[in-house]
Design a protein around this ligand. Structure first.
Ligand SMILES: [Fe+2]
Ligand SMILES: [Fe+2]
Length: 883
């Protein structure tokens, strides 16, 4: 618990953003870098290294303060020194606090028309008073001032004219102001655009940031799994729903029935379109057009930092793939997908590791910028507050988390994510123009290529997986699976994780012109009502977002699709009217029913559309609600529980005592070069050996599940060991790409295991679970349990892996294996031991880890030796006896 007295003040400040009911959150809140009290002692210099004060005002309070300040300055100053709009901004250092829209309304007489007509304004004020209760009382003087100004001002009722004036004003903001370091302005504008949804935005942002941190240390926060799964489902629903509004030529949904040919054709068109857009971009630039991602170096730095949450999880969508519990029939699909992951992780070469590269890039432009796995990374002081970017990042982590359950979605996600994007192409060019190393982006243009790179592999994996599904489950099942591949694709497409620089926000907004069918239907319904019922709402005090109902339902304005879209969007954001994801809790729907104020306005069919529209909304906060029951246990059935066939499983019943009891005496430190040999010869017994054979590759798998945790030499070495075990070719200077996909007979330990099963006459066993059902092994199950905890049992896991590598050395000369498998296993063992030697040297820097490593070695050695009971007697053993 975070309950130290020193932290109490900060906890109160932060309380406005607190998400209730989560013990995990309390655990996280315990970490504070500096208390507000300590910061205050530093006086005016009480800012952190980024110049940001440690104390944050609540957005509501800040907005109130700003409004009052605006009104004060605006009502007293303009007649004397603000004759032109352009001169409003540099007022006496108030630039940061004055919102241009508000200033323009008040300072410039010709702009007073921005305000609604007097009757409406009075109505709006009275509405506000009645609905906002005591909160509004503090504003009464301000509203009085507004009312006086309105009465003096020019009356304009045309809504379009007002909108264009605002737009004109924004366009006339000098670009030097935008490009010259006023990034903060962007945040203000976004905050103002979001109006009443600020609180929702902040809560969502904070909740997703927390989950992002927790998923970087999943073994410490296994209780988040139910939330993670709900959020994944919610995001899949959100992006699938939104994709229904995409034009068919841009949507993978156009492939209604999967075939390899249709997928290739779709990708060809997609690549062609990107090529066209890239050509047009270059023509614009050649004709003197400006940069399109950022204006200058400062904005580029801001942009690179904003997208860091996404770039720091590069490869994460495949991070948990390839578990030993995956059905054997999927080995080819999984191995090909792992090839992509391996290349994202630099094939075990730290310098080529993608998240490492990105961090190095940030280090050059923002020294000391935190890494992804530390709690500091999610601290508000870094101003990484782009919800879209965080959602994109969390989606990448979530989609990988349940690799057995969501495999089609993972492969679909991979299919989209590996495609080259315009943003990557532009970044490769524009970063260079502002003297920032663009290599991270240039690398992604080349390594993701559609001939031999990740795009090609991603496509091949989907085709291979669809063929497998057809073979095993039939055509109908395959087409159902295809829908799920599409959903994964749309998850990546729908959450692009793009940050838009301040001077490009208008341009970005205009491009958002698609709506889902249900939304289009709602827009049509509202438009129809507006055409006949506009004036009926004259007396209404109802306000949606920034406008009154009467204003929204202006028949002329409602002719515009964008206006309709804005109305629907504003309504959906109104927590007063809409409970996203639950129409039964929505006041708007209740008002349509009997005794409601709108009963009879909408037909039954229209009501059904409105209900569906609301029910289809994702509700991130609902998904992230704490899932613990009152008894404190995690809700049953929400997450995987069978460690033999599911993932991830964190059972509290698991105990390390099982391994502790394996050793009789305390362990003294051992050196890698002088580890005691395994006392094994001859043939092992299959009932003891095969469960260990199929389970032991799990030991290091979780070390590479989270990309940022691979950005060090130890993890890179583990990537190389895993590559050897998985049957991947020896690392070369260049990536293997599609060459690895085409390489025959390359399944490493698992391939050898399959041959051992065949020699036993047990080829029909199709999964690790079935192997264990044939030959139960408590030791194998416990290895699975500790393998999910690479942070807690690092030493133990590396030590055990070493014993198995030494077992490979001995077993490689066993007559049980065919000659080519003997060679194959020798090669694997050699690569394993090369890597493990480095790991042991690394472990020796920490005495405790070193001892754990030695323990792991001795425990596994003892268990392996049990598989070779005839070693000293020369008696016949079982494995291979039928061969
Ligand atoms: Fe990458
Ligand atoms: Fe890639």
């Amino acid at each position: 618990m975070a309950g130290t007295n020193d932290n109490d003040e900060e906890k109160q400040i932060d309380a406005q953003q607190h998400i209730p009911n989560s013990p995990v959150i309390e655990k996280l809140d315990a970490v504070h870098k500096e208390t507000a009290h300590e910061a205050a002692e530093r006086g005016p210099a009480a800012t952190d290294q980024y110049g940001v004060p440690p104390v944050y005002l609540a957005k509501e309070a800040e907005a109130r303060l700003r409004l009052k300040t605006d009104l004060y300055i605006g009502t007293t100053a303009p007649p004397t020194y603000a004759p032109h709009k352009e001169q409003v901004m540099p007022l006496a250092g108030f630039e940061k606090d004055l919102h241009p829209k508000k200033v323009s309304r008040i300072c410039l007489p010709e702009d007073l028309g921005y305000f609604p007509s007097p009757p409406f304004q009075l109505c709006a004020i009275s509405t506000s008073i009645s609905t906002m209760h005591t909160l509004i009382l503090g504003w009464i003087p301000s509203f009085t001032v507004i009312a006086i100004i309105i009465l003096l001002g020019k009356h304009r009722s045309n809504i379009h004219a007002r909108a264009s004036q605002i737009s004109d004003f924004k366009k006339r903001i000098p670009s030097s102001e935008l490009a010259g370091g006023h990034i903060e302005k962007f945040r203000e504008r976004r905050d103002n655009q979001s109006n009443g949804s600020d609180e929702q935005y902040t809560l969502e942002l904070k909740a997703i940031k927390r989950l992002y941190h927790q998923l970087h240390s999943l073994e410490e926060f296994p209780e988040v799994l139910p939330q993670a799964k709900r959020l994944l489902l919610s995001l899949l629903k959100e992006t699938s729903r939104n994709a229904l509004g995409l034009p068919e030529h841009e949507s993978i949904l156009a492939i209604r029935s999967f075939s390899r040919k249709r997928l290739k054709e779709f990708q060809r068109k997609r690549d062609y379109n990107i090529g066209q857009k890239w050509e047009q971009y270059n023509l614009r630039r050649k004709a003197g057009g400006p940069r399109e991602l950022f204006g200058n170096r400062e904005e580029a730095i801001w942009w690179l930092k904003q997208i860091a949450p996404v770039k720091y999880v590069d490869g994460a969508w495949l991070g948990h793939i390839g578990k030993v519990t995956t059905p054997f029939g999927l080995r080819k699909t999984i191995k090909d997908a792992w090839q992509v992951l391996s290349e994202e992780l630099g094939d075990g070469d730290l310098e080529k590791n993608h998240v490492y590269l990105y961090h190095k890039l940030l280090e050059t432009i923002s020294p000391g910028f935190p890494t992804a796995e530390v709690l500091d990374f999610i601290h508000p002081r870094h101003q990484l507050d782009n919800l879209g970017v965080w959602k994109s990042a969390i989606a990448q982590m979530l989609i990988s988390l349940f690799p057995h359950e969501f495999l089609p979605e993972i492969l679909g996600f991979n299919l989209h994510f590996e495609a080259i994007s315009m943003e990557t192409l532009k970044a490769g060019k524009e970063l260079k123009e502002v003297q920032i190393d663009p290599y991270y982006f240039i690398l992604h243009i080349s390594i993701d290529n559609a001939d031999s790179g990740h795009t090609a592999i991603a496509s091949e994996i989907v085709c291979e997986y669809m063929d497998y599904t057809r073979r095993i489950q039939g055509e109908d099942a395959a087409q159902k699976v295809w829908k799920r591949v599409q959903a994964g694709y749309l998850l990546s497409q729908g959450l692009p994780g793009v940050a838009v620089c301040p001077n490009l926000t208008q341009q970005a907004k205009i491009s958002n012109e698609y709506s889902a069918p249900v939304e289009l239907e709602v827009m049509r319904i509202f438009n129809a009502k507006a055409q006949v019922g506009h004036k009926i709402h004259c007396g209404s005090r109802v306000k949606i977002g920034s406008r009154s109902l009467e204003e929204w339902l202006d028949p002329a304005a409602m002719e515009s699709k964008q206006w309709q879209r804005d109305l629907v969007c504003a309504l959906s954001r109104s927590k007063y009217w809409i409970c996203k994801g639950d129409s039964s809790k929505s006041r708007f729907i209740r008002e349509l029913a009997w005794n409601g104020r709108m009963f009879g306005c909408f037909t039954q069919d229209e009501c059904d559309v409105l209900r569906r529209w609301i029910d289809d909304f994702p509700n991130t906060l609902l998904a992230l609600e704490d899932s613990r029951t009152k008894s404190g246990s995690i809700s049953e059935g929400a997450v995987p529980e069978d460690i033999l066939s599911e993932y991830p499983v964190f059972q509290s019943s698991f105990s390390l005592k099982f391994f502790d009891t394996a050793l009789q005496s305390p362990v003294s430190p051992l050196l890698f070069d002088s580890l005691p040999d395994l006392d094994i010869v001859g043939r092992p017994t299959s009932e003891a050996f095969l469960p260990l054979w199929f389970s032991h590759p799990c030991l290091l798998q979780a070390f590479v599940s989270v990309p940022f945790r691979t950005s060090n030499k130890l993890a890179s070495t583990i990537v190389r060991i895993l590559r050897a075990q998985g049957g991947f070719d020896i690392e070369q200077d260049c990536v293997a790409g599609m060459d690895e996909v085409r390489r025959p007979d390359s399944f490493g330990l698992s391939g050898i295991g399959m041959k051992l099963l065949a020699r036993e006459g047990l080829s029909e066993l199709s999964s690790f679970k079935e192997v264990l059902q044939a030959w139960p092994s408590e030791f194998a199950v416990h290895m699975l349990h500790i393998s999910t905890r690479p942070l807690g049992y690092k030493g133990l896991l590396i030590g055990m892996t070493t014993a198995f590598a030494k077992m490979h050395v001995v077993f490689a000369s066993s007559p049980v294996l065919a000659a080519d498998d003997q060679l194959n296993l020798q090669g694997i063992a050699q690569r394993e031991l090369e890597g493990l030697e480095f790991c042991w040297r690394d472990m020796m820097h920490d005495d405790k880890e070193h001892i754990e490593c030695c323990k792991g070695y001795l425990i596994a050695k003892k268990e392996i030796q049990k598989c070779f009971p005839c070693a000293k007697t020369g008696e016949k053993s079982v494995v291979g006896h039928t061969g």
